[in-house]
Design a protein around this ligand. Structure first.
Ligand code: AMP
Ligand code: GLY
Length: 423
């Protein structure tokens, strides 16, 4: 079996490692992959947004199954185009990917089907948005409608900040066309939980819960990033919360998508907040989370390819999906300056093989240059450790981080701290 994984970050590296456990897979191509993925798959220099290039490659190389991992190609209809050519895919079609690519669509869906989420208003007209923030209760959350690399959300403590946020999105277009429409919503409080799920549009199977750490600096300070580290399972996702999520959020969401003529097949990601009034949806993603995948998949005991194929064939209810009862921690090693300006091309050096070997190393932003591994992105590496307890997994990940470095490397010092306090 020849398969292709579209994408080139830490998430795709974790997916590829797991897929490789299936002996029927002879060959994996990564489009475009990265310097580290090259150790596990054949990287092909076709960008994840080059849909024509992706389809052409799949046809010419006899690809028998495709995993489309990032949001952009899903929103651009990569799965529709591949399926038209008879190539089975893991990932939603374009009309279902809208659950992530339009926040206004997601919010309206939740309102229509009574799925708990923050109260909100949507605006296409800047003057109306500015008038609204003059009276809305503080703090005010302002979101760009479209995809913005996880950065299109501003939490404003004052009215002046909220006005500035609206202007920056709708007038200055700091997030491009993603900001032509904004969603302004109520501020929710409580611990955040990420739940990735497998769904074939009928059956939904939640994976082990996790917690991301989105801010750049310790103590949840600094700018929002794509995610600086994750732990699993998330101790705030108790059995009671899980039961409510299944009844009030997960099942209603897949039924709603089906009723709207947009059946969702693939990985549906629920970004939840456990408020005092119960779990509420902060966001949906139409794909595996990054870096949640780097803790969730190492704990998956069942065969990933078997599950993915069953999802694509609408047979998810027939296959086992089991997780280990261990814990995992993924620590992201980032380039100095990320998520603002940072330099690339720094050589990555292993300083202590024994320490590093405790971790699975997932490459996010690396490239091969003259045979050497160098940095090529903001988030560079993810180090994942598993252990019987969360405390041990976290300690191991921090110890492993002493084994690898590059100029300007930084990581948060408190990944897992909030979860450990709860335990
Ligand atoms: P999103 O891209 O929608 O997931 O938002 C990014 C981050 O902003 C979330 O992970 C939350 O930490 C925060 N956030 C988003 N919406 C809200 C809200 N309504 N109340 C409080 N925090 C929020
Ligand atoms: N870690 C959050 C995301 O993948 O959007």
């Amino acid at each position: 079996m020849k398969i292709m994984v579209v994408g080139g970050g830490g998430r795709e590296h974790a997916i590829i490692r797991k897929l490789k456990e299936n002996p029927s897979i002879e060959k994996i191509y990564a489009l475009p992959g990265n310097g580290g993925i090259a150790q596990d798959a054949e990287c092909v220099a076709i960008g994840a947004k080059d849909i024509d290039g992706i389809v052409d490659f799949a046809m010419k190389n006899g690809i028998e199954f495709a995993v489309v991992a990032p949001d952009d190609p899903l929103a651009l209809g990569a799965v529709d185009r591949l399926e038209e050519k008879g190539i089975p895919c893991f990932g939603p079609r374009q009309n279902a990917a809208l659950i992530e690519s339009s926040k206004a669509f997601a919010k309206d869906l939740m309102k229509k089907y009574s799925i708990p989420t923050a109260a909100y208003e949507t605006f296409d007209d800047m003057d109306k948005a500015l008038a609204y923030v003059k009276t809305a209760p503080l703090p005010i959350v302002v979101k760009a409608d479209g995809l913005a690399l996880g950065k299109g959300v501003l939490i404003c403590q004052t009215r002046e900040e909220a006005e500035e946020a609206v202007r920056s999105m709708m007038e200055s277009r700091v997030f491009g066309d993603s900001g032509a429409r904004v969603v302004i919503e109520e501020f929710l409080e409580g611990p955040e939980v990420s739940v990735l799920s497998f769904t074939d549009g009928e059956t939904i199977v939640p994976m082990i819960s996790s917690m991301d750490h989105k801010r750049a600096l310790d103590g949840d300070q600094g700018l929002n990033t794509g995610g600086m580290g994750t732990i699993a399972p998330n101790p705030f996702y108790t059995e009671g919360v899980a039961k409510r999520c299944m009844e009030e959020i997960f099942l209603p969401t897949i039924r709603a998508m089906k009723a709207e003529g947009r059946p969702f097949k693939g990985c549906l990601y629920f970004g939840l907040m456990v408020t005092k009034d119960g779990p509420k949806v902060i966001e949906y993603n139409c794909r595996f989370g990054d870096p949640e995948t780097q803790v969730v998949l190492p704990l998956l005991k069942s065969d990933l390819f078997t599950i993915m194929r069953a999802v694509s064939q609408g047979r998810l209810s027939e296959v086992p999906v089991e997780f280990s009862d261990e814990a995992a921690c993924c620590l992201i090693i980032a380039s100095g300056g990320y998520p603002a300006h940072y330099e690339k091309g720094k050589e990555i050096v292993v300083t202590d093989t024994a320490k590093l070997s405790q971790a699975q190393v997932f490459h996010a932003g690396t490239a091969l240059k003259d045979g050497k591994l160098v940095t090529s992105g903001g988030r560079v590496l993810g180090l994942t450790c598993t252990a019987p307890t969360l405390a041990e997994a976290v300690a191991k990940a921090y110890d492993a981080a002493k084994g690898i470095t590059f100029e300007g490397a930084y990581h948060r010092g408190d990944i897992g701290a909030r979860a450990l306090k709860k335990n």
